[in-house]
Structure formats: C-alpha cells, structure tokens
Design a protein around this ligand. Structure first.
Ligand SMILES: O=P(O)(O)OC[C@H]1O[C@H](O[C@H]2O[C@H](CO)[C@@H](O)[C@H](O)[C@H]2O)[C@H](O)[C@@H](O)[C@@H]1O
Length: 993
C-alpha cells in the first residue's frame, strides 16, 4: 500500500455462486418462518436505462411550440441495442448504457427473481416523422470520432475543450427534447412500448425478466430534482464541495428541494401501485434518499420523528395524515400536521392519491402470513453509489434531518465502502441523536442495518467490448502515432470532484521535476461534459493545457491532448489497452469504473500500472495501485515516475492483484450481495413480531364497559417527549387535562409511575387531585388523595449512593456536557448533551466499572436508560409497583399501562407474569399473593394477616402499550409511536364516553 486510507483491505470475495446460494438459503428460511416472500424485487432508480423518442409530425417540430433545445448530449447512438416501434410508430425506445455497472447488476438477478424497475422516463426526445420508418442509427452513418482522436493531432495539437455538439445521423433531423407533460393516453402508450421493449430485450438477454415502470415527472419537477437539488446541492456536498458561491442566493424554501421532495413522493406512489406483500424493494442512490420512508408511508405505515415507524391505523386516510408536504401548497413545507384534526385535513388535500394507495394499503394489510389484517413486513434496502461525507460536512445541509429520516425508512442502507458507512452512522448519531448498535442505527427502537459492498463491472461485457473488431485498429494506430512515447491515459467528467485540473497540475509538476521525461510522455485526457458544466472550470482547464503545451511542447510535440467529447467504444478500449499508465486523481469519487476497465484492458497488453487517488471508493479494493493524494502534486509526480519506470515483474504482480479484485467484485456479485444483506436484515426477531398499533376503538369500548380501571403511566418519553435538559420535560396543558379528567372519574385509579424524584412530580403534577404517583422507579409511592410519599426503601442500606456518585463524578469531569441527577434513592448520570460518540464510550466504561467493582458487593441495580445510566436499590422497580396496585385493586376489570423505556418493561413483565399469555382460561380467577411492594413496608405480623386475592380481569382487558416503533422489542401488546399519540388516544377515549 502506498498511502494511508481508512478502509480495511477486503477479505477475498466469495464467489457469485456462494452468494446466490446464501440468498437461496435465506429466502427458504424466511419462507419457512412464515415471511411470504413474493420472489419479486422492485428496484427504484433515477433514470430508466432507455432513451425514449417520440415520433411527431414534422410540422410540429417546425412550429416549435412545445419544444425546447436538447439539454444534455447524453444520447449516444452507439448505445442502441434494441429498438421498438409500435405499428403507429409514435414511440421508439433505445437501450441506453449509462450506469452500466448498476443496470447489469440489477439484470443479473433476473435469473432468480421477477424484477420491476421503477424509474423516471428521462427527457423524452422528439423526432420528426418523415413517413419513412425511422431506423436505429447505425455507427457507420456517424463521423468517426476516431478521426478526431488520431488524425488531426498534428493539425490541431490542442483542440478546443469546448464540447462539439453530439453527432447526429445525417439523414435524420436533430433530436429535440419534449418539454411538455404527458397526457393519460401518452402515458399508456409509453408503458405499452416499454413492455414491448422489455420483450425484445429478453430475447437479446437470455433469462432477463426485468419490467420497466416509468415515472412521469413534470419537466419542472424533473429539472429541479436532478439539475437542481441533486447536482447543485447533494452532489457537491457528498464530494466535499460546499456551496460557497450559492448559499447566499438560495431562496427558502429552496424550490429545488421541493422538486426533490415531490420527485421522491411520485416514485413512492409508483412503487405503491405495483407493490405486493412479500416484494423486496431496493432504492438506488442519492436521487432517492427520501424514498424509503415515503414508500412506507405510501404503503400505509406511519412515521413519527421521535419514534420511528408504526403500523397505519385501519383508516386508509391515516397515512396521508402524516404527509408533511404538499407540492401544490409548497408554503406548508415546514408545517408537519400534528393533531388528529390537522392530520386528517392534510389527508384530504391529497385526495387524488387516495384511491391508488388505498388499494395498495388494502393489499398490504390483507395478505399477511398471520391472517387477514396482519401487516406483512415492508422490506426496503437502499444503496448509495456516491460517497457519504463526514458528519461535519453533512450537517451543513438544511434538510439534513429529512434526508436521514428518509433513508432510515429502509431496513438496510448500504454503501460502497466501509468508511462511507462509518460516516453515515456517525452522521445519524450526531445529527439526529440516534444510537449506534451492533445491529445498525437505532432510531428510537427502529433499527436500520448499515453495510457496505463495493460495486464492480459487468466483467463479461467489458471483456466482450475490449475485443470488438474495431479495437485492434485503434490500438495499432495509437501505437504507431506514439511509437517512441509513453502514453498516460485519463477519462473523467469535467466535474470539479473528478480532479482533472489537479491532474494537469501534477503532470506539469512531473515534467518540471523529471525533465528527462520531457518529449517522451503524452497525457491523453478525455473529458465528458458534466451536467452542470462549469464554464470557469472549462476555461481554467483549457488555459492550463495551453500553458503546459506552450512550456513543455515543441513544434512537433504536444505533451497534453485534451478531448472534451464522448469517445466511441472501440476508441476508448483501444486507448485503455495501449496506455502505459492510467492516472486517476479524483478529489472524491464513490467508485470508479474507468480504473476497473483499464485493468481488464491491460490484462491483454502491458499490465501497466494504475495511479489512483486515495479519495475514491475503489481504493480499498485496489491496494496494489499506486495510491496518491491528488492535492499533493509532487507526490503524484513521483508516483507517475515510479509507474513509468516500474520493472516488468512488479507490474505483473500488481496487475494480477488488481485483476483478481476486478473479477472478484463484479456488478453481479455486488447485486447478489445487496440482496443477501437485505434478506439478512428482514424477518428477524425485531421485525417478525411487529407490535400492533393501539386499537383505540377497542380500547375505548373496553374502557366504557369497565367498572374499575387501573390507568398507569410512565412519565418521560410517555407523557412528554424526550428533550435535552431533564428539567425542560414538562407536561403540556392537553396532557394535564387528559390525566386530570381520568383521575376525576371515581371508576379510575390513575398513577404516574416514573423514574423522576417526588419533588419533580409534585412540582408539575401535585395539583392534580386524585392522582397517585410512584417516584424513582418504585422507591416512593403516594396514594391518590395522600399528602406525602411513602418511602419504600427506608429499610434498605443506601450507603452505596455516595460511592456511585463518586464514580459518576469521575466520568462527569472527563465528559464535557455530562451531568449527575442525585435523587433520594437513586442516582442518574446523563450524557445526552455530551459528544454522542464519546458520551456513549464513557457510558460503557462507567457501566463496566460499576458492574465489576460495585454491583457484586452492593444491593444495587444498574439501568442503561435513554442517554443515561441509573443506579437504584435492588428489588425496587416499577414492576413491583404494578403488582402492588393490582393486588390493592383486584376488582379492576381494565388495565391501561403505558411506558417507553427499558424500566417500563418491568411493568409489562409484571402484567405478563400475572397473566401469562394463553395460560389462564378467561373464566377462571387468578390467585395473587401479596407482592413484595406490599409486604416490604409491613411488620411480619401484618404480613401474616395478608390474604391472597382473586383477580377477575381477562387478558384482553389489559392494554400494555409501549411508546415506540412496532419493531421495538417489548413485552407490551400494543404500541403508539409518540407521547402525543398517548394523549390523543386518551382524548379519543374520553370523548367517546
Ligand atoms: O421513568 P421515566 O419517567 O421515563 O423517567 C426516566 C428518567 O427520565 C429522565 O431522563 C430522561 O428524560 C430527560 C428529559 O426528556 C432526558 O433529558 C434524559 O436524557 C433522559 O434520560 C430523568 O431525568 C431521570 O431522572 C429519569 O429516571
């Protein structure tokens, strides 16, 4: 290895057959456990791998009314692989080779799965109907770009870097871009033609079972999405280029963000239209970061920023209620509907969408493995093709939270490299306050696995292409032309992140410090225009090329040949094959397929070395490349010299290692691995047993029927959201009203059962009459109507408190932001306001110390809470208080018990212990002995007088409810997603009486 980088060298890759066998095993095991996999994969990517051409009457082109000039020169005639024309010749569809690694990877899964590709149509091109049936343009009809590359060198040693316009077939009119929106008929026509295209393609590509489902984006939306938010905001950010020039002028809300949002929403709707329970969904790349969450919403799941995912309530409008954004009401962007009323109003606005999604929702709910009405897990993976930057960069994005929550809608988010995945996890921790667990990012109980898997080439295809008949003549011509020179090759988009300017600077440095190479080396640099072409970069590049050529060239020698144009395949592969060195100096790049193609081409020829920027995804797999820091121009110059002087044996050795990597990590192994990773992260323990959303209707009815109800509430995270500063977590008016109203009803026994101390509870709840309270996890109890708390720990040895406090002080002094909360019988160390990684690290250290040094000899229990560590007396917990309340109220015929964290699971456990699921016949009473929380405060004589009690409550009259996502591990039977929903449920219940 020539330089340092954060990615570990990958282990030798498993074979494609091995990965596919693992996929088979995982699928079989899921099916055996009742997860109804459909055998289908829905891929969601930005652009269909086709070019759609609309044939229009010639007059309408001349009239020019609805046309706009071509915006991208992406249409490459040589990419045509199949053309479909309907009988009425309105549309033609060509294959398009953009993103060949991704597309070939997807297609390679078609031998085992039925696949649907949901993607934007791309800009639709227009072609005049000349009455003659239009032919797919043949390569022969185009001016050879090879002539540009080879012949004119002498005449035009430094061709203009300005892009020549894409060649157009001489017999056809120039293609124009359709600038309008599709009507319903046109949409149907395009869908039909795509079906036909897929059939033709299946004949070409044996085993292909890929169907195309177009997303019809209005032109302003597609432009704002791609050219705007994708290319002007996300792309620079992901490549460490902050928007220094433009920040001051971005309006708020940024219209390109609205377009990005809308685009993702339209994709999600499209997925919902074709989704069937048991489908696997894979979203690709930075164009669609909001899609995982939006797909869940479109399929009827509900997300709350503080609690993750919840199953939709049976009403089909429920999930619309959660929409945060309405394209037509863009001013409402920031307004997240919160109350039930606001939510249903928001739902009404989206009326048109209801019917589609309503049916998807119906499907989603009706075919569950566990019977009608049981939701089948929605399984979503996301793969990021671009780099993921450090959290320090990502946090600059104004919409950072929306983007992260969008991605965390997936079960799995996977990246090109380990270091990108590490940055992502740390971004989620730092920006959202989520936690990192061995299973992935834990967003309040909803875990998204985070993995990585580098993409590779369609090796078969590249091997085929490098051997095209046209390649050898190009190689010979190049060798002839540069017979006494070494050739350095580079091909990139002219995008700042690709580092072409640095490359030229480094090449100049090389000629300066190694004068012996002057006149003996040429750099052939091909650039293609980036989408957002920067005239400044083009000008600077052209000037630097002229400067180098002026300084180090001569009348008969030009050191730099820069071509700002697309190359034909045979020229490209010819150039890669003859080169003596490839020089890739990207400042950031997710992956880089040119370097891989170079290695494959070189296998037949020179085994030439590869000089590669260490800021690229590829670098982890390419340890045998000459790795460079592209900002270190002298270092790059040395690497060029080393590469050009490299002994044959070393070249061979390095090449073999690089080649093994390329053929081991192909686009096929990549696609199979992503599928495997997704399957490893669905249907697991945490996802298989989804806790149903609290059925408020059923709850209200049971409440109405009950003669005596026990209503038990945890406080933090249940009646009030978690906030940074504990003293700021105060109840709202609505919460106070709901609990007070409950407490006034003589049929109810209402308790707060909290970890807070009595003083805090008194301060905020003391004025509510008839409210019982349990403080410090059951250490203190105040009965409804009592003045004071009873200390349940009076008889206990509490001398451990000062020892714990000493340990907590030690960690507080060493952890900026950490605080200690000393209560009467328990003590809490908070690190919510510390650096998240360091706080967690210190918490683990502190926990280890307490567990090893104190817990074995002191009567304590240590609890890991929400960004806190708590120590309390052993055998005192909320569960014991629940048992006591049940014992004291044996005639209760309804119990509602709500809590959010691990200490609340003690309450749910107590309810389960008394009523083991399925263990008791509803008609039999349950005999309950006096629990510890009753006996511990009494004399032995008093205890002896206590009697067992009979409980008559039935399991279905117990509503143990966790606050959090359905996937959270819990002993509760129901869930709500956030404290606000607890209050809403109570309000609904009270209104319905
Ligand atoms: O049993 P609970 O009522 O849920 O109380 C548990 C602990 O909650 C408080 O800490 C937590 O909430 C704070 C306010 O939202 C938050 O800042 C902190 O990070 C959380 O850990 C409280 O301070 C503790 O005393 C309770 O034991």
């Amino acid at each position: 290895m020539d330089s340092m980088h954060p990615d570990p060298a990958p282990a030798p890759p498993p074979s494609l057959a091995d990965i596919k066998a693992q996929v088979d095993r995982l699928e079989a095991s899921h099916k055996a456990k009742g997860l109804p996999l459909s055998g289908r994969i829905i891929h969601v990517m930005h652009h269909l791998p086709v070019e759609i051409v609309r044939i229009v009457p010639a007059e309408s082109l001349e009239a020019g009314g609805m046309l706009s000039p071509p915006m991208t020169p992406e249409f490459k005639p040589e990419d045509v692989e199949a053309t479909v024309e309907s009988a009425d010749a309105k549309w033609r569809i060509h294959a398009r080779t953009a993103h060949p690694a991704l597309v070939s990877g997807i297609k390679s899964l078609s031998d085992t799965h039925d696949q649907i590709l949901v993607a934007w149509t791309g800009e639709v091109l227009l072609q005049p109907d000349t009455n003659a049936s239009p032919q797919p343009p043949s390569q022969a009809t185009f001016p050879s770009i090879a002539q540009n590359l080879l012949a004119p060198f002498q005449e035009n040693p430094t061709p203009s870097p300005t892009s020549p316009s894409m060649p157009t077939p001489p017999n056809e009119s120039p293609l124009m871009v359709f600038g309008g929106e599709f009507n319903e008929q046109e949409k149907k026509d395009v869908e039909k033609e795509l079906e036909r295209f897929a059939e033709v393609e299946q004949k070409y590509e044996e085993g292909s079972k890929l169907k195309y489902l177009p997303v019809f984006l209005p032109p302003d939306v597609s432009k704002g999405h791609y050219e705007g938010f994708c290319k002007k905001t996300l792309w620079p950010l992901f490549h460490y280029l902050l928007w220094l020039d433009s920040t001051a002028t971005v309006p708020s809300p940024d219209p390109s963000w609205l377009a990005y949002h809308k685009t993702n929403q339209m994709f999600a709707q499209r997925v919902a239209e074709v989704y069937r329970p048991g489908d696997l969904i894979i979203c690709h790349d930075y164009h669609l970061l909001l899609a995982p969450k939006m797909i869940r919403e479109a399929l009827g799941q509900v997300f709350h920023p503080n609690a993750g995912w919840g199953t939709a309530h049976p009403s089909p409008a429920a999930h619309h209620a959660n929409k945060r954004f309405d394209w037509d009401q863009s001013q409402t962007q920031q307004a997240t509907p919160t109350s039930a009323n606001e939510k249903s109003k928001a739902g009404e606005k989206l009326g048109g969408f209801l019917s589609n999604v309503g049916s998807a929702l119906g499907q989603h709910l009706s075919v569950g493995a566990e019977g009608p009405g049981t939701p089948v897990e929605v399984m979503i993976g996301m793969f990021m093709h671009t780099p993921w930057p450090s959290s320090e960069i990502f946090r600059c994005l104004p919409t950072r939270r929306e983007i992260l929550d969008g991605m965390l809608g997936a079960n799995l988010v996977s990246f090109q490299t380990y270091s990108y995945s590490r940055h992502f996890v740390s971004t989620c921790i730092r920006v959202c306050g989520y936690e990192s667990t061995p299973g992935g990012v834990d967003a309040n109980g909803q875990v998204t696995a985070v993995g990585y898997c580098p993409i590779g080439l369609d090796v078969k295809r590249v091997i085929h292409d490098r051997e095209l008949p046209g390649v050898i003549p190009k190689m010979e011509a190049l060798r002839q032309l540069y017979k006494d020179k070494k050739i350095i090759v580079g091909r990139e988009k002219l995008d700042v992140a690709k580092g072409v300017y640095n490359k030229l600077q480094a090449f100049e440095k090389f000629l300066q410090v190694y004068p012996e190479w002057r006149g003996k080396v040429v750099l052939i640099q091909v650039t293609t225009p980036a989408l957002s072409e920067s005239p400044k970069l083009e000008r600077m590049t052209a000037e630097l090329v002229s400067h180098i050529n002026g300084t180090y060239g001569s009348l008969d020698f030009t050191p730099v040949h820069h071509y700002h144009q697309a190359l034909e395949k045979d020229e490209y592969f010819g150039l890669l094959s003859v080169a003596d060195l490839a020089l890739i100096t990207s400042l950031r790049d997710g992956m880089n397929t040119t370097s891989m193609e170079f290695i494959l081409c070189q296998d037949k020829t020179n085994k030439s070395p590869l000089v590669l920027s260490e800021f690229m995804g590829t670098v982890a797999s390419f340890q045998s490349a000459l790795q460079i820091n592209p900002h270190d121009l002298l270092g790059v110059a040395h690497a060029i010299n080393k590469g050009l002087n490299m002994p044959e044996a070393e070249k061979e050795e390095r090449h073999t290692s690089l080649l093994n990597s390329v053929v081991g990590h192909t686009s096929y192994t990549w696609a199979a691995t992503i599928l495997k990773q997704l399957l490893e992260n669905v249907g697991g323990e945490h996802t298989a047993h989804q806790t149903p959303a609290l059925d408020v209707g059923k709850f209200s009815q049971a409440y109405k029927n009950a003669k005596k109800r026990l209503m038990l509430f945890d406080y933090d995270g249940t009646l009030t959201p978690i906030v940074k500063v504990p003293s700021h977590a105060v109840p709202t008016e609505r919460t106070l009203n709901a609990i007070s109203t409950l407490a006034q009803d003589p049929k109810n026994v209402v308790y707060l059962i909290s970890g807070r101390d009595g003083d805090f509870l008194e301060e905020h709840w003391g004025h509510v009459s008839n409210l019982g309270m349990s403080a410090e996890h059951g250490s203190f109890v105040k009965q409804p109507g009592d003045e004071d708390f009873t200390n349940m720990t009076e008889a206990l040895d509490m001398s451990w408190m000062s020892e714990v406090e000493e340990i907590f002080k030690y960690y507080t002094e060493r952890t900026t932001g950490a605080t200690i909360e000393v209560k009467k019988a328990s003590i809490t160390w908070h690190y919510r306001n510390a650096d998240p990684d360091f706080g967690e690290f210190q918490c683990k250290q502190c926990l280890d110390l307490l567990e090893s040094s104190l817990a074995p000899r002191r009567p304590i229990e240590i609890l890991v809470g929400k960004k806190n560590l708590e120590v309390r007396p052993l055998a005192v917990n909320k569960g014991e208080i629940v048992k006591r309340l049940m014992y004291e109220n044996p005639d209760a015929d309804l119990i509602f018990c709500a809590g959010d964290d691990k200490t609340d699971e003690d309450m749910f456990r107590s309810l389960r212990t008394v009523f083991p699921p399925g263990g008791v016949h509803a008609s039999e009473p349950i005999i309950m002995k006096p629990p510890v929380a009753v006996t511990s405060t009494l004399d032995p004589e008093e205890v002896a007088e206590l009697k067992d009690v009979e409980l008559h409550i039935r399991p279905d009259e117990i509503f143990a409810t966790t606050v959090g996502p359905p996937a959270k591990k819990t002993l509760a039977g129901w869930h709500v997603t956030c404290p606000e929903e607890v209050v809403e449920a109570l309000e609904t219940l009270l209104e319905s009486q």
